[in-house]
Design a protein around this ligand. Sequence first.
Ligand SMILES: [Zn+2]
Length: 249
Amino acid sequence: MSKWFLEIGDETVGPLTSSEVSNLKDSAGITAETLVWQEGDQDKKVALAKSELAPVLEQKSGVMCEFCHDIYSFDEIIQIQDQNCCYKCKDEVLVRLQENTLDNPNIYRYGGFWVRFGASILDGLILLPLLYGVGFLVGYIVSPEPLSTEYWVMTISLQIFQFAISFLYTVLLLWKKQATVGMMATGLIVVDARNDYGPVSFGKASARWASAIISGLILYIGYWIMLFDQEKRTLHDHIAGTRIIYKKK
Ligand SMILES: [Zn+2]
């Protein structure tokens, strides 16, 4: 029976039988990408997920798709050009192979119209009672003569208050959590496409918030255009360089 070596961090572990690897797997920081090789075959290191030891890993956690980086069980993974590919990424990977555009191997699932619509309804349910509640209360207490100076001061102040709350709610959450409450509930996050799909900065979150106002002012055309965009970009996503994607499991 062949013996195996594993490269875990800086250490080489082995020789081990496959059942010894199996015993080790929960404690030793072994992942789908841990390099393994058979005794005497040191120049043929492969990722654990691609080796004959793969079933050991399946008992542990499954296999990582190399395109979307989610974990799948073995029967959901196929090999495309020697890479583990899940059933969800398969079609797109095959298309990209044909187009010769597989050099950026990352595949992201973009949040489409309905899920984002749902997320904004949830955010609205949180914000609107607060905004209208305060507006109603202030109106009741001040009760100005319609169109008097007092009336306009109140109306404009309330408008500024609404913008401030909307700004704080959206920008702080996107900056700190990459998602509003509605996005969290629907599994979406906002990423910075100009920075490796990483988190958005405060400035970027602010730019996105501000340009979303423009998207809304032009009869929401800034929103509708996402229906015709492969990456589901709104106008404010274009301006801020952001995307909305599904968060990895
Ligand atoms: Zn995948």
